[in-house]
Design a protein around this ligand. Structure first.
Ligand SMILES: [Zn+2]
Ligand SMILES: [Zn+2]
Length: 155
């Protein structure tokens, strides 16, 4: 799967050369603020599989909800936020915003997280995997993804 995407003005373009490890719908307050919306859809993928084309995104360092650094990357021209890097997340990985894909239908969330701040009018489908905050990677990730990340190294 080689997905492509970019910012609203077209300066920042990227190709994902591998499928994501997992796709999160995150309902935390930071993601709500950053998107101006109810939640964000993030593709968790190793940095080496994200090929940035065109203009290099600029970045800004935020303090995440846990106090850990959260670096957000955005187009310097139009401000579209294309991905982030959560410093406590294992591996050298980026969280690419699915809304910036040329074909956002190509992915759907594997799991909804931080539903404790989910907006109350939003009802998730019944069979959705959802967690009040974060989850245990052991219990949620596919074996393939655990192996790809050599998860055993991080435990
Ligand atoms: Zn742009
Ligand atoms: Zn979030």
């Amino acid at each position: 799967m080689a997905l492509q995407g970019g910012c609203a003005c077209g300066s920042v373009r990227y190709t994902l050369t591998e499928s994501p490890l997992i796709v999160h719908a995150c309902h935390c307050r930071d993601c709500q603020r950053l998107t101006g919306s109810a939640f964000v859809i993030n593709l968790w993928i190793e940095k080496k599989f994200v090929e940035a084309l065109g203009a290099a995104p600029e970045s800004f360092m935020l303090k995440g909800g846990s106090g850990a650094p959260h670096e957000v990357f955005f187009c310097g021209r139009c401000g579209t936020y294309v991905w982030s890097r959560y410093h406590p997340a294992p591996g050298d990985a980026l969280f690419v915003r699915a809304g910036t894909l040329d074909d956002p239908q190509a992915v759907k969330p594997d799991v909804h997280i931080f539903t404790r701040s989910k907006l109350p009018w939003l009802a998730l489908p019944k069979d959705t995997r959802a967690f009040e905050s974060f989850y245990k990677i052991d219990e949620v990730w596919s074996d393939d993804s655990k192996q790809r990340m050599r998860w055993s190294r991080w435990r």
